[in-house]
Design a protein. Structure first.
Length: 130
């Protein structure tokens, strides 16, 4: 159970890093300070649901698309989150494409670095080890 909670927390943090990166670097991409947590949660839930569905459809019908599933999933997740939550604005098509890449890149880097530097430093009881 603790491993699942840690994994979910890491997933939320990774998506938060990606969304924050896009928000800081793209002039038309904005997320309000208060709705940020809700945007991260909704986006992460959408990613967790849409990703496996798109992978299953792609593997059956368009196996060549399997390498780009993460980007397509992020784009669709951003689109649905933008439609559902008024606290997030993405802007024009260039922002949509750049945001997709930045959120993917930020999430990827955070997913790689979190277990190495942050989660590894937590001991079995949740306190700092060493």
């Amino acid at each position: 159970m603790k491993r699942l909670a840690t994994s979910a927390l890491a997933y939320l943090i990774a998506n938060a890093v990606g969304l924050l990166l896009a928000s800081l670097l793209l002039p038309g991409f904005s997320i309000g300070v208060l709705p940020f947590v809700l945007v991260v949660i909704v986006f992460s839930v959408l990613q967790a649901v849409i990703g496996p569905l798109m992978a299953k459809v792609a593997s059956r019908h368009v196996p060549q698309m399997m390498g780009g599933i993460a980007l397509v999933t992020i784009f669709v997740g951003l689109w649905i989150t933008d439609m559902l939550l008024p606290g997030m604005q993405i802007g024009g098509i260039s922002n949509w494409l750049a945001a997709t890449l930045l959120v993917w890149l930020g999430s990827l880097v955070a997913t790689i670095l979190l277990p190495i530097y942050v989660l590894k430093s937590l001991g079995p009881t949740g306190a700092r080890a060493g």
